[in-house]
Design a binder for this molecule. Structure first.
Ligand SMILES: Nc1ncnc2c1ncn2[C@@H]1O[C@H](COP(=O)(O)OP(=O)(O)OP(=O)(O)O)[C@@H](O)[C@H]1O
Length: 264
């Protein structure tokens, strides 16, 4: 009998929950992500970039909705390519698309339950997980209301609830704060910080201040390429008085984009 070493039985440790190298992703015929190198550990990562930078396309690739056109992509330690069985990766994912579909007559609880079922959660765990997700986004008193009766901000919160119902290791939120009122945005920042303590959260937004307040690091894209990856303090340090923006972080954002465009 062969002796099995400890190294062979140890769980595979992968500090990077997302690892992309030379990643290329198409949106229609356009190469919207063009040779991206990115490694993300546990934490809250803010994804910034002007309109058309490729943020949504990157999110779609990380959520396994679109297959990369080139480069390599590893999610939760599993390579993602045309041959991979993605079911296990998908069980560990949460994704809030910019626009998401739902049955308007479903209640909030039915909507979140339905997504939990699609994510192949164990049946017995679903009711408690659904209630917790609804509570975490502040929709407890709306759980029995039909989706079609919710305001825009409430709908987005229902979308966040379905994304987190399975306690995902990788959570992808595409513009989750659109439609949230100022109070809800502050609550959402707290939720983000909480979620980022034991999972990898990538959140795209146009609100630079949200990133500074709630994210451990900032990923800045432009025209499909990575412009900057660093801490919010690093971002702030890049800005000067002459750069456009209402805050130090916005001036850092503008300075980085300007330099990237000048170098292009
Ligand atoms: N279906 C499509 N066909 C062709 N081009 C597309 C398609 N979808 C997106 N694009 C293009 O790909 C690029 C990246 O789009 P993407 O939606 O990923 O950017 P984004 O950073 O999310 O932008 P926004 O901040 O406006 O949401 C843009 O130039 C866009 O015009």
């Amino acid at each position: 009998m062969r002796t099995v070493s400890a190294a062979e039985t140890a769980p595979t440790l992968h500090p990077w929950l997302v690892h992309a190298s030379g990643l290329r992703v198409r949106a229609g015929r356009h190469l919207a992500v063009d040779g991206l190198d990115l490694a993300l550990p546990t934490g809250v990562h803010g994804l910034l970039g002007p309109n058309g930078a490729g943020k949504t396309t990157l999110m779609r690739a990380l959520s396994t909705v679109v297959e990369p056109a080139g480069g390599t992509l590893t999610l939760l330690g599993k390579p993602v390519d045309g041959r991979a069985d993605l079911r296990e990766v998908r069980r560990g994912l949460g994704y809030l698309p910019q626009q998401f579909g739902f049955y308007p007559r479903f209640t909030v609880r039915e909507f979140v339950e339905y997504l939990a079922w699609l994510k192949e959660m164990p049946k017995a765990a679903i009711p408690d997980a659904v209630q917790r997700a609804i509570d975490r986004v502040g929709l407890t008193d709306r759980a029995g209301h039909r989706m079609k009766t919710l305001s825009g901000g409430m709908l987005r919160r229902a979308g966040i609830a379905q994304a987190i119902v399975n306690d995902p290791d990788l959570l992808l939120l595409d513009e989750p704060t659109v439609g949230l009122d100022p109070e809800q945005r502050l609550d959402f920042r707290d939720l983000l910080r909480d979620l980022g303590t034991d999972s990898c959260v990538l959140v795209s937004t146009h609100l630079v201040e949200d990133v500074v307040a709630a994210c451990s690091d900032v990923v800045l894209m432009n025209e499909g390429k990575l412009v900057f990856h660093g801490t919010p303090d690093d971002l702030v340090a890049r800005g000067g008085d002459a750069d456009a923006g209402d805050s130090p972080a916005e001036r850092g954002y503008s300075a980085l984009l300007r330099k990237h465009r000048e170098g292009a």
